[in-house]
Design a protein around this ligand. Structure first.
Ligand SMILES: Cc1cc2nc3c(=O)[nH]c(=O)nc-3n(C[C@H](O)[C@H](O)[C@H](O)COP(=O)(O)OP(=O)(O)OC[C@H]3O[C@@H](n4cnc5c(N)ncnc54)[C@H](O)[C@@H]3O)c2cc1C
Ligand code: FES
Length: 424
């Protein structure tokens, strides 16, 4: 019902705009007959029509999932993307042969993977890395995570990414939830935009670039692509191809650890890490919309430096790929609104616990004390950890990408605001 109203609301806005457009259209055709229509009016007419259609489409997509629950997808192509073979793209088509709904540039898919020896399906999110307009197949691009450096020999590599790389092959079928996520490019804006992708964090911003290219947008686009070296950079040819066609798209590659066979000027433009000082060399001002996705240290330092440079919060958009990045980027907000020394009651487990800031999120607290709560992305994206809140209030470490149902909280990004009672 709420969704229907939201869709209805979007349509009302879009219809009002269309009426305006049609009104202008009727007048313009009369003016046209009288040969008094000037180019600027025609342009205005086209802009309004475009805006009306985009508003309707954006609202439809933002209003919720484009299919309910899980849907089976076949892996129709698996492609190794980099020299060190730790990043692969997977192209997916619906197993039911049905339509492939569009998505907003920057959104992700959520996978439910039946990995051997895991008590429940493993849930992970992967950004859609291709154009939202390419509607015959989705693409996700996944980095295989090794154990952390210096970890005990018993520590396994990443569950889901290893499964994708080592077990899944072309022809296999996977369970996928519909595209979602709030880290999306504002297609209605005409302001210049900076897209920053570090490592495999390139994926959502590449989709944004492709959306701008597909729409023929004249917006100034500054694309900064950070990687270690030419061994692990991915999808660079796709970006170069767009930049070579579009005079409004400017592309810079930075290598933090170029190897002997990386040639400056051919493989990369700059060595070192991406900082605001680097951005300042290329941008005439800070008056851009910034979209940032990359490894935690890059996200933490860049978002902070952008704020210091005077970029308003509303112009800094970023995506965290996991709990580590959420915590690093949002650290100051963990305590914002959260009340230290409060009681957290897990009613069904019969546990009443004391929460201090160092206990972290409610999910961290639950796990530390043996209260079982299903989780997936651990970043407020997939909705798996939604738990009913019987009493009290919470504050979020990071704004969840999907709003939990009324009366529920996303435990992986929630901290208590005072005493709380949870249905877990
Ligand atoms: C919105 C969103 C979009 C994303 N998009 C992408 C994308 O486009 N591409 C992409 O590659 N990723 C993306 N991610 C990240 C992805 O969802 C996964 O988090 C990532 O693949 C790691 O999952 P995993 O199951 O392989 O690793 P996990 O099993 O979660 O392990 C993570 C790390 O912990 C280590 N580890 C495991 N057990 C231990 C232990 N006992 N002690 C110490 N260390 C341990 C592992 O070795 C590994 O290094 C995205 C995440 C989000 C939230
Ligand atoms: S685990 Fe995905 S939203 Fe909490």
């Amino acid at each position: 019902m709420i969704q229907a109203l939201q869709i209805g609301g979007g349509l009302i806005v879009a219809m009002a705009l269309l009426q305006l457009v049609l009104g202008v259209g009727a007048k313009t055709s009369a003016l046209f007959r009288e040969r008094r229509l000037d180019a600027r009016r025609l342009q205005r007419f086209n802009d309004l029509a475009d805006l009306a259609l985009r508003t309707a489409e954006t609202d439809r997509l933002k209003s919720g999932s484009t299919w309910a629950g899980k849907r089976k997808f076949r892996i129709v192509e698996k492609r190794v993307e980099n020299k060190c073979s730790d990043i692969c793209s997977f192209y997916l088509q619906p197993h039911d042969g049905g339509e492939l709904p569009p998505f907003l540039p920057g959104q992700f898919l959520t996978f439910e993977l039946p990995i051997a020896d895991q008590p429940t399906p493993v849930i992970r999110c992967y950004s859609l890395s291709d154009s939202p307009g390419r509607l015959n197949r989705y693409r996700v691009t996944i980095k295989r995570l090794p154990p952390p450096p210096g970890a005990d020999a018993k520590v396994p590599g990443g569950l889901s990414s290893t499964y994708f790389h080592s077990s899944l092959k072309e022809g296999d079928v996977v369970d996928v939830l519909a595209p979602r996520g709030g880290f999306v490019l504002d297609l209605q804006s005409d302001r210049p935009v900076v897209l920053i992708g570090g490592g495999v964090g390139l994926t959502p911003v590449l989709s944004m670039l492709k959306a701008l290219d597909d729409s023929g947008s004249p917006r100034e686009v500054r694309f900064f692509h950070a990687a270690r070296s030419s061994d692990d950079i991915v999808l660079v040819d796709e970006i170069r191809e767009i930049a070579s066609r579009k005079s409004n798209v400017h592309y810079k590659v930075l290598f933090s650890a170029p190897t002997g066979h990386c040639v400056e000027g051919r493989d990369y433009d700059l060595s070192g890490f991406l900082t605001v000082d680097v951005l300042k060399e290329y941008l005439p001002s800070s008056n851009y919309e910034f979209y940032v996705c990359g490894p935690p240290p890059m996200m933490a330092s860049l978002t902070e430096q952008l704020r210091d440079w005077g970029v308003p919060e509303s112009d800094i958009h970023f995506e965290a790929f996991g709990p580590a990045s959420v915590r690093t980027v949002q650290k100051p907000r963990v305590s914002e609104g959260a009340a230290a020394g409060v009681e957290v009651e897990f009613a069904r487990s019969g546990k009443r616990l004391h929460w201090e800031e160092e206990d972290g999120t409610l999910l961290d607290l639950a796990e530390k004390h043996g209260v079982r709560i299903a989780s997936g992305c651990r970043a407020g994206n997939c909705g798996t950890c939604a738990t009913a809140l019987r009493d009290g209030d919470v504050t979020y470490v990071t704004r969840p990408a999907s709003s939990p149902a009324h009366g529920s909280v996303l435990m992986c990004v929630a901290c208590p605001r005072g005493n709380v009672i949870l249905d877990a």
